[in-house]
Every structure is written in structure tokens, then in C-alpha cells.
Design a protein around this ligand. Structure first.
Ligand code: SAH
Length: 233
């Protein structure tokens, strides 16, 4: 059984979208992962196909109704479905490479894309939804956020990236940002590739890369650097 994503959205036509391209799209075609989308509007119960209503307590915008969303969840992931149930939300736990790795090791995910002002709090509790944020900014809907999460997870699945595109060295994998990369030509607009990288001395290359990764992390991401220091006394 391949890793399976089920997505509940008001805009199923947005999928697979960018997830249909390149290595992620090839993985979808060759069965490394699977995707099904569910249009929330198909679960509406009135002839206007209403999915939202005004916020209790007043205020601007609309809120997705809990009963309609619960029906969609129960259809897309029945109670014996063990996949984590995620709702994309700026109030959620920040998505990290660690969380991405955990998701990639599981059976898949049910992902709910919010719209308007978000979703009724009671469905989050009643269906045990985990809120995940892709960053401290507000999008118009959860679809692009869901794609970010899926792209990050799928590239870790077996058989999706070739051996040549291994992720062992990458940013965040060891708690550091990645070192700078260079390729031919040797000279570009008067800028040379650092000579250590063309020295053929693997030990010196590794040392240089490590120093660069540490310096970049220290100056750009003091938060990551502080966390790194704790784990590596
Ligand atoms: N009123 C909400 C924002 C709603 S934005 C609030 O202030 O918290 C509409 C939808 O876009 C959300 O329900 C969510 O699914 C999605 N969304 C917006 N920003 C996001 C982010 N940073 N991460 C994940 N999903 C986000």
C-alpha cells in the first residue's frame, strides 16, 4: 500500500496542480503515493449547497459548518482509517522537517483545507484534527498550504527522489542550514568556485562545508543555532 493523501477542499480542481510535476508527479504516476480529493460542497444538504455560515458572536466573513465538514471527513476517512487528520491553519503547530519525516513514515494523511475565516472549532475536537501551519502569515485558503505539506512529505517517500538526489545533507536534516552550492563554469562574471571545492581533498571539502553550514545557521537563524547547540554540546 502506498502513502495516501485524501484532501477535503472547496477547490478540488487545484489538485494535483504543482504536485503533478517533476519527481512528485512521477511518484504519483508510478504509485509511490496516491491522492484523492473530495469536494466539500458535495456534502452540503440544501439546494443552495451551503457549506458556510456567519460567525457566532458576530464579525466579518464566514465559517465552514461543522456538520457538513464532519460528513466529508467520515466519508474520506472512516473511523478505522488510521491516518492522521490534519487541518491547515495559521493557528496550528508550525510545520517542520521533523514533522514532515514523521508523516512520511506513516500511512498517509487526511488533509482539510480551510477557506473564509476558517472552520467551526467543534469539528476540530469531535474529529480529533491536528492543526498545522506552514508559517506566520495568512493565506486565502488551505490548498496551497496542503500542497506545501504534501510536496515536503512525498519527496521523502521511497523511490521518489533518485539516489543522486539524496536528502541526507540537506537543510534541517542535521539541524543546520545547508552549505552553499556551486557548479561549472569555474569562473562566472569574475567570481570563482572556492578552491577547496576543486582541490579533490574530501576531508577539507567536508570541513569547509560544515563550517559554512554552521556560520550560515548562526547568522541567519539564531533560533535553529540555539536548538542545535543544546543537542550538540
Ligand atoms: N481567520 C483565520 C485565517 C483564515 S485564512 C485566522 O486568523 O486564523 C483561510 C484558510 O486558509 C484557513 O482556514 C487555513 O486553512 C488556510 N491558511 C491560511 N494561512 C495558513 C497558514 N499560514 N498555514 C496553513 N493554512 C493556512
Amino acid at each position: 500500500m502506498s502513502w495516501r493523501a485524501s484532501v477535503i477542499t472547496l477547490f478540488p480542481e487545484l489538485f494535483p496542480g504543482p504536485l503533478g510535476a517533476s519527481v512528485i508527479g512521477r511518484g504519483l504516476d508510478n504509485g509511490a503515493w496516491a491522492l484523492d480529493t473530495h469536494n466539500l460542497r458535495d456534502f452540503a444538504q440544501d439546494r443552495h449547497r451551503t457549506v458556510d455560515d456567519t460567525p457566532a458572536g458576530g464579525g466579518a466573513g464566514m465559517v465552514l459548518k461543522p456538520d457538513i465538514l464532519a460528513d466529508a471527513i467520515d466519508f474520506a476517512a472512516p473511523t478505522d482509517d488510521e491516518r492522521p487528520r490534519i487541518v491547515m491553519s495559521p493557528r496550528g503547530m508550525p510545520l517542520t522537517q521533523q514533522r514532515v519525516r514523521e508523516l512520511a513514515q506513516g500511512p498517509g494523511a487526511l488533509i482539510i483545507c480551510g477557506r473564509f475565516e476558517g472552520i467551526d472549532q467543534r469539528v476540530i475536537e469531535a474529529r480529533n484534527l491536528q492543526e498545522i501551519s506552514i508559517g506566520d502569515y495568512v493565506l486565502a485558503g488551505g490548498e496551497v498550504a496542503a500542497m506545501v505539506l504534501l510536496e515536503a512529505v512525498v519527496r521523502l517517500l521511497p523511490g521518489v527522489l533518485g539516489a543522486a538526489e539524496s536528502h541526507a545533507d540537506e537543510s534541517f536534516e542535521d539541524g543546520l542550514l545547508e552549505y552553499p552550492q556551486y557548479t561549472r563554469p569555474q569562473s562566472f562574471e569574475g567570481l570563482e568556485i572556492p578552491s577547496v571545492l576543486t582541490s579533490g581533498d574530501h576531508g577539507r571539502v567536508a570541513k569547509w562545508r560544515r563550517e559554512q553550514a554552521e556560520a550560515l545557521t548562526r547568522t541567519r537563524r539564531p533560533d535553529l543555532w540555539a536548538a542545535f547547540g543544546k543537542e550538540n554540546p
